[in-house]
Structures are given as C-alpha cells and as structure tokens.
Design a protein. Structure first.
Length: 285
C-alpha cells in the first residue's frame, strides 16, 4: 500500500515496544494509541499489537475507554489488513465507548471507510489531534451507566456440554450450536468449566467441538482471555474441531501471536487422533 509519508518506525512488536505506543488518560477516560509511522508488515505484527492492547486494558481495571488513534504515516501492508480490520473491530466492540482517528493518509482513510462499509464513517477521521480530542469531549461517557449484560444462559445450559473421559484424561467441551453473545456469556460458561476442573485437581487434554458455534465480536476479547488463562492453568494440550471459517480464522490469528498451536481438525475422530499424537510427543520429550 502506497503511503504519502515514507518514514516508518521499525518498532519492536514486543510488550515493551508496544507499551511505548499505548497511553491511558484516566481523567479524560481516553486510551491513546500511537500508530504514527508504524509499519504493520503482516498479521503477526497486528496480532502482537492488539494482544498487548487488550492486556493493557484488562490491567487498567476499566472495561470502557474512549479510543484516540494517531494514524500519521502509519503503513499497513495488504498482508496485514484483514487481521488489522478484524482485531480492531473486536477491540472496539468490547472496550470502546467511541473511537476517533486523526492524520490518516488518503490511502488509509479510504481503506478504513471501505472496512466501515459507509462514507458516513468519515466524521471520526480528523486532520489533527486537537480536533480529535475536541470531538471526544462531546461524547457521553458510558461508564456511569455500568453496562450489565443480561445472561442468556443458566447453569443447566452448560451441564450436558462438559464431559470428562477419565481413562483418556480428556475433558470434552461441546460448543456446538452455541452462541457467545457477549462477555457475560463467556464468563458464565468458563466459570462453570473452571469449577469442574478444580474439583478434579488435575490437568486435562481439551477436546472442543465448535460445530455451529458463534462467537460474536463483542465476546471475542473475553473469550480469548478466558480461554488462554484456562489453557495455561489446566490444559495438557487442546484440540479443536469443526470450527466454522470465521471462528477458525480468529483462532489462528490469536495462535500466531500467542505461541500456541491451533490444532484445528475437521472431525472428532481426527481431533482424537491429534490428541494421541500430542500424548506420544510428550512421552518422547
């Protein structure tokens, strides 16, 4: 993608490097993201950046922020655009009260407008930081409202979706035809899973059925966070099967930057065979 400003910063896409680009202004409820002269070469760069942004928001203790994004001289290569668009949409739906952007190049502006699907997206693209901040100042805070999601499920909806195959040391999770509408659905389901695992006092191989599962963008940040934490704490290896194309794409994006193998298979039989391979690999190591 051609840019009007050829100067780019080869920042380190590490937590330390990315942190220099993330600033919280608690008094204004603003989360400022400085992408000026940053070059996103590929989806790995994008996923590393957004992983860190999500972690920093979690550490802030506040779920909702106004997003202020500096695009001056930012370069996003074609290989990075799909991931940049998907991760940005997910982060905004999960944590943004409103987002404004400034100094976007004509090329980046057109791409953002195309991704938004409407020219009406333009009012939140400004030429300078002062104008962007002035726009944010006119927007009402949603924090005081303390948005509380209405639960869509009860404990009874989860009970038959978890099974422990004791001899094989497998915990089978059935997400088939299940929709995670928002973070509350994620927390309710994962609270139940973690409760069951604690009672066993052991780690398990995870076998996950994604057939017909839908994870809405509003739920993805919390779904990824809870899944990552559960895998670190209690998984000997995780294999997934029958994931739809969108869910598979999101899992693979997260895997790229978070250092885990997605282990996605088409059928349950193939997934069980992969678990057997993981067991054999562990025994040889």
């Amino acid at each position: 993608m051609a840019q009007t400003d050829s100067t780019v910063d080869e920042i380190e896409f590490t937590p330390e490097g990315i942190d220099t680009r993330l600033t919280f202004h608690p008094e204004k409820e603003v989360f400022e993201v400085d992408l000026s002269h940053v070059h996103f070469h590929n989806s790995a760069d994008v996923n590393a950046f957004y992983d860190r942004a999500e972690d920093r928001i979690a550490q802030s203790g506040e779920d909702l922020w106004f997003f202020l994004v500096n695009y001056q001289g930012c370069r996003i290569d074609p290989a990075a655009w799909i991931a940049f668009s998907r991760r940005g949409k997910t982060l905004n739906l999960a944590h943004s009260m409103a987002s404004v952007r400034y100094d976007a190049s004509p090329e980046t502006r057109r791409q953002i407008e195309r991704d938004a699907g409407t020219e009406a997206f333009d009012p939140n693209l400004f030429t300078d930081r002062d104008a962007a901040i002035a726009r944010l100042a006119t927007m009402p805070s949603k924090r005081r409202a303390k948005i509380v999601h209405t639960p869509n499920y009860t404990r009874a909806d989860f009970v038959e979706r978890i099974e422990f195959l004791m001899e094989d040391r497998i915990m089978e999770v059935d997400f088939s035809d299940f929709t995670f509408h928002h973070a509350r659905d994620v927390d309710d389901f994962y609270d139940y899973i973690e409760e069951l695992i604690r009672k066993t006092d052991r780690k398990w191989y995870f076998l996950v059925n994604y057939n017909g599962c839908r994870i809405n963008p509003e739920a993805w940040v919390q779904y990824a966070r809870r899944g990552r934490n559960l895998n670190i704490a209690a998984s000997l290896g995780s294999v997934r099967y029958a994931a739809g194309s969108e869910t598979e794409a999101d899992i693979r994006m997260r895997a790229e930057s978070q250092g885990f193998r997605p282990n996605i298979r088409n059928t349950r039989e193939e997934a069980l065979a992969r678990i057997a391979e993981i067991k054999a690999e562990t025994a040889r190591s």
